[in-house]
Design a binder for this molecule. Structure first.
Ligand code: SAJ
Length: 424
């Protein structure tokens, strides 16, 4: 019987998970080191943009099922949803997981379930279990020597930012237990809100499944990005090429772009590469291709600017992908930063309605202005589309005629008419 859950880490995954458990009748305490996050959750507010999350949080707080604290309470279940960044050498940094474990350990009495949701390198869940037992040698992971047992499992999150509240419910889940009992008890918890299938396995396979999903996507995006460069050299339209190749029943090439951003796909393959460096040349190459894309875009912008008098460059979009406000590891920010640093005299306009202020990292440039779309399109003679936000895909193509256009997402230039007018 689960009566109280503590969710450690109230970020992009922890807070939605806490909220959905609470709206399904479980008493949840969300724990975060950031007092402002705790205060905003206790007011029923959400510290970042995610559709429908606010309704869930405010409803759960009003019902009395969700509260937040900086202190880890005693609970039946602990869900750990803290960051797992990588170190400079690309190995995983488990310090946030260990810190969560140090706060959980004193609260354990035996019988609790500890679920690691953070995306983790292979072996991290077993490490968490052993770390807890080292802190609490009076407990055990499998009931040996009659010591009270704790249950430890991994249940990786797999939700897409922007669709988190839908995918939490509809996606299948994979649960890997250090023991079968840990996996089965976790399943009972996720069944409270998950309508997808729940698959049980061991902890390391569950860790790998999450990493492999994101690595698969990274490798496939890298293939599209590599093709886009080959096509440019050969004078072939990459968007037409992909659309034609994708008519084959067993081919589905993804979309090239300015690079891979966000905090998942650009990070997770490194955990696999780090675990088997001698066997992962393909994944490493994919990372290098995707990380190299911003340099190619900067070079294209540089060449386009050389071909106009009194250049005014409009960069459209700063977030890491369409229709969200998340700038973390955004290739668009990287591109604008690199271009701006080396072209201090060029007049630059940024169009990004999802943010209020230009990020600090771009303020080094004296001639950068944050502008509305219409004004930027009217002023600029070089237009660089970096993110396929809906407001950009709806732009009338006539407003681009006569300008140098670099469309890194292929939303405008798929139009044959525009291509044949040779706008670029
Ligand atoms: N991108 C391309 N071309 C494409 C698809 C994406 O350039 O054809 C770029 C995007 O613009 C973005 C980056 O890749 O910069 C990543 O975007 P995404 O939408 O592919 O993925 P994320 O990072 O927002 O979310 C991923 C998802 N994983 C998979 O689809 C396998 C999500 O389900 C995971 O839960 C999430 O990572 C995570 O938290 O790990």
């Amino acid at each position: 019987m689960i009566s109280k859950v503590a969710v450690i880490g109230l970020g992009y995954i922890g807070l939605p998970t806490a909220a959905i458990l609470a709206t399904n009748g479980i008493r949840v305490v969300g724990v975060d080191v950031n007092q402002e996050t705790v205060d905003s959750v206790n007011r029923g507010e959400v510290p970042f943009v995610e559709p429908d999350l606010r309704v869930h949080v405010s409803g759960a707080v009003a019902q009395g099922n969700l509260s937040a604290s900086t202190e880890t309470p005693a609970a039946d279940v602990f869900i750990v949803a803290v960051p797992t960044p990588f170190n400079d050498d690309k190995s995983a940094d488990l310090s946030y997981i260990e810190s969560a474990a140090r706060n959980i350990a004193p609260k354990l009495a035996g019988g609790e379930l500890i679920i690691l949701e953070s995306t983790s390198p292979p072996g991290a869940t077993i490490h968490l279990g052993e770390y807890l037992i080292a802190l609490r040698p009076d407990l055990s992971l499998n009931g040996e020597s009659g010591r009270p047992q704790i249950l430890v499992a991994h249940c990786p999150e797999r939700v897409l930012p922007g669709r988190v509240m839908i995918e939490l419910v509809t996606n299948d889940r994979i649960i890997g237990g250090i023991t079968r009992e840990a996996a089965e008890k976790s399943k009972v918890l996720y069944e409270v809100f998950c309508k997808g299938e729940i698959h049980l396995t061991d902890a390391t396979t569950a860790e790998m499944s999450k990493l492999v999903e994101n690595s698969y996507r990274d490798v496939n995006i890298a293939f599209a990005n590599e093709l886009s460069m080959v096509s440019k050299r050969l004078g072939v339209d990459i968007w037409e090429l992909i659309s034609l190749a994708n008519h084959h029943p067993r081919v589905n090439i993804l979309s090239p772009g300015p690079g891979v951003g966000g905090h998942c796909i650009a990070v997770d393959p490194w955990f696999v590469i780090d675990a088997a460096p001698d066997l992962t040349n393909l994944m490493r190459a994919a990372r290098q291709v995707n990380d190299g894309m911003p340099f190619h875009v900067v070079e294209e912008v540089t060449q386009a600017v050389l071909r106009v008098d009194n250049p005014i460059v409009a960069f459209l979009g700063l977030s890491y992908k369409a229709n969200i406000d998340d700038l973390r590891q955004s290739p668009a920010v990287d591109i604008v930063k690199r271009y701006a640093q080396n072209n201090l005299s060029v007049d630059i306009r940024l169009v990004e309605k999802h943010i209020d202020n230009i990020p600090q990292v771009l303020r080094v440039h004296p001639n950068i202005r944050h502008q509305e779309l219409d004004g930027a399109l009217a002023d600029a003679n070089v237009v660089v589309l970096l993110v396929d936000h809906s407001e950009f895909t709806e732009v009338s193509l006539s407003s681009l005629v006569g300008k140098k256009v670099i469309d890194t997402r292929g939303v405008w230039l798929t139009s044959r008419e525009l291509r044949f007018e040779r706008v670029i």
